[in-house]
Design a binder for this molecule. Structure first.
Ligand code: GAL
Length: 414
């Protein structure tokens, strides 16, 4: 009997493709909301279907600050996960620590250089070699709108800041919360950067948040950005303190609120609630940001593994993430668009199609900018200092002028 079972197991193993050696894959991420968890599950399904054992290392907390703290502890103790959702310049910081794995052979075999836009592939490499696999491209400068609430209030969907405040007043008069927001530092920064792009434009945004130009950071446009943010603050409810972003999205889904400033992971929540874009909700450019695109690329950075089976499983993980099937299914759930340019878009909705068009247009016109609230634009220490200033501004009576001065100071933190 035992022998029979053993030979059945051997037969099953021999049927696996020769290149596959089953191993453990542990992936650190913070995809815990409804739409996000569904997306992460797709990766688990694909990896387990290939015979690997999936260990979910999910650390709740939007924007990933808690996850990054957990990651540091694990790496310092010499026990890194197979991969972790790490983004932008932080990939370089981890690369410099000497703990990331070189996945160039997988990337070469899969032709990644040809399949990825340079804005994505650059971020995935450390010293010219791939150390991370891109999952998607999120657009951050969206405004999510409940059209039913707007209809009730007799409000018009805004394109400019004056139109935004006119709509917010109408919603308020109709007893609908104009802006759904969660008072967490990363959400404050998400709102701030859309205001900054809308008020200052892409040129200002790049000077301030990519080049960290002191005069620009402390200058009149930044003061105007904070003044605008102060007005937006007036349309956020008192209950926002500490609220998770997906609960804020839910306020728009249910019509308790009219609008939310949030990246398109919010669409994952609408999708998980079976809501249709263009009918139940609208995705529009944050005021004043038509044709501009704040990008946020999710990526799994790979950590060096000792055990050969884990090394193989890691290579398989990297290849799976870049596979057409994964890029399609994951992003249909997540609200983002595929990082691979050749992924067919026919199953994607109009918001995703708009995102892809805007990405192309913005990259040609110079209006494609990295999201600093989502760790894409500046060193982690600088980002942390800036986000603190914005959160303090949101939670105090700090003047726009003082806030701009403090933001400039934060821009010097390295
Ligand atoms: C972003 C991340 C998204 C989404 C969001 C909310 O930083 O890139 O994938 O998870 O946080 O948690």
């Amino acid at each position: 009997m035992k022998l029979k079972r053993l030979s059945a197991a051997l037969l099953a193993a021999s049927l696996l493709p020769a290149t596959v050696m089953a191993g453990n894959v542990e992936v650190l991420h913070w995809w815990t909301s409804g739409g996000e968890a569904k997306s992460a599950l797709e990766l688990k399904k694909m990896m387990t279907a290939k015979g690997h054992t999936w260990r979910d290392f999910a650390v709740a907390g939007g924007g990933g600050d808690n996850a990054m703290t957990a990651l540091k502890t694990r790496v310092v103790s010499g026990n890194p996960p197979t991969a972790a959702q790490i983004k932008g310049p932080a990939i370089q910081e981890w690369g410099a620590e000497g703990v990331l794995a070189n996945i160039d052979p997988v990337a070469k075999a899969g032709n990644w250089d040809k399949l990825l836009p340079p804005v994505v592939s650059q971020v995935m490499k450390y010293k010219g070699q791939y150390v991370a696999a891109p999952v998607n491209v999120h657009r951050v400068n969206w405004l999510w709108v409940n059209p039913e609430a707007f209809k009730k209030a007799g409000a018009t969907v805004p394109k400019t800041w004056p139109e935004f405040f006119a709509a917010a007043d109408k919603l308020q008069k109709a007893g609908i919360q104009p802006v759904a927001h969660g008072g967490q530092p990363w959400q404050d920064a998400t709102l701030f950067e859309s205001v900054a792009l809308g008020v200052g434009g892409a040129g200002y945004y790049k000077k301030a948040f990519v080049q960290l130009d002191q005069a620009t950071l402390a200058g009149p446009t930044t003061i105007k950005v904070f003044e605008t943010l102060q007005r937006v603050k007036g349309y956020i409810d008192k209950g926002a303190a500490g609220r998770d972003w997906n609960l804020a999205t839910n306020m728009v889904i249910t019509g308790k609120a009219g609008m939310q400033f949030m990246g398109d992971w919010a669409k994952g929540e609408f999708t998980a609630a079976s809501k249709q874009p263009g009918k139940d909700y609208l995705c529009v450019d944050a005021p004043g940001t038509a044709g501009m695109f704040t990008f946020n690329i999710d990526s799994l950075a790979m950590f060096q593994q000792k055990d050969p089976a884990s090394v193989k499983a890691q290579a398989d993980l990297a290849a799976t993430v870049m596979s057409p099937a994964f890029q399609e299914t994951f992003n249909l759930n997540k609200g983002s668009i595929p990082a691979r340019l050749d992924t067919p878009m026919d199953k994607f909705d109009d918001c995703a199609k708009k995102s892809k068009t805007d990405l192309t247009t913005a990259s040609k016109s110079g209006a494609l900018v990295p999201s600093f609230a989502h760790k894409m634009a500046m060193p982690s220490a600088t980002e942390g200092a800036m986000v603190d200033v914005i959160a303090q501004f949101m939670n105090s009576s700090m003047t726009p002028k003082t806030a701009a001065e403090r933001l400039a100071k934060a821009g010097k933190v390295k």
